[in-house]
Write a protein that binds this ligand. Sequence first.
Ligand code: SF4
Ligand code: SF4
Length: 356
Amino acid sequence: MQALLITGLPFLVINGQSALRFDIPELKLYFFGSVIWINELYLILFAVLFFLLFIISITAVFGRIWCGWLCPQTVLLDLSGSISRLFDGLSRRWLQRIVLLPFSALVSLTILWYFVPPVKTVQLLFNDSLITVFFLVQWAVIYAELAFMGRRFCTTICPYAMLQNAFFDNDTLVIEYDRSREDECMKCHDCVKACPVGIDIKEGLQTDCIACAECIDACAAVTAQRNMKPFPGYKGKLLRPKTFWLGGAVLFVGGILAVMVYSRPDVTFLITRDPEQLPPGINRYSWSLYNNTGESRELELSMEGKFAIIGETVLLLEPYSFKKGKVLVRSEGGESEVVFRIEGDELTIEKKAGFL
Ligand code: SF4
Ligand code: SF4
């Protein structure tokens, strides 16, 4: 499900663009029907804050749920392992490495879809050498990591794995061996053989455990024959005060982020006076217009008072596009301030700027 969501998200089209995709040439992030420009750094910082808070909260309550169930590495290794087990008599390790080849290519392609419009990706893959090299290098790195490092990545390199234990408390969801029933355990070691990171869960909770529950399934296969519960099992308390206040904080910050993104005006208009020296009564101004919506707009730049604009004043903005330019302004009075106005498509924006 998670793999389908990550792979399919760039194909979900809202207002004519991918739901989530970063456009490198124009340095903008398509964000669920809106657009965040690179100069809107405060939004990007707030989105990072929301993401960190979300990760900390999920980890504090659900432990390593990401590692055991959602991480693309877990999903791909589990899937390729299951496929390789279908073919008896062949070397499973090599078969898994072969199965991982197309899977790694798909992951590399999925990453590209977050930067290049999905419909153009195949065309660019064969015509744009930069995209081709990017895809091939990424494919090789992902394949090498999955096929030759596998779970060792989780226990030695993954920064999230190293950090998450710091967020645990006594009630965080973990997988634990039931020591009170140790005498009944058959010591068959099926739990150890099933563990993808080579842990013996009977020796107690260990930091390398990725909470994949493979040991529970392996033990259940043995204990079911004796009508017993498996010895390893989940331990933790999901409903507790911390769950509610952390969940509330995530919703609060997420709500503020949504308001910040979606309450912006449809068009952002910025204008500043250039500091250069020009003949008396004439100033030059630099303007920028950002279309934050998926609709084309025709806008007109005008001014209040006794001023004349020299330059482009009818401005066409494509959906989610950005345009900038310069105008000269000549004063016919002695004003020290000018008011610029952007009008069109039921929109009026005014901005003041100094005049020398
Ligand atoms: S101990 Fe169990 S839950 Fe932990 S990694 Fe091993 S098999 Fe998965
Ligand atoms: S699989 Fe279950 S019964 Fe076998 S050793 Fe592990 S905990 Fe004991």
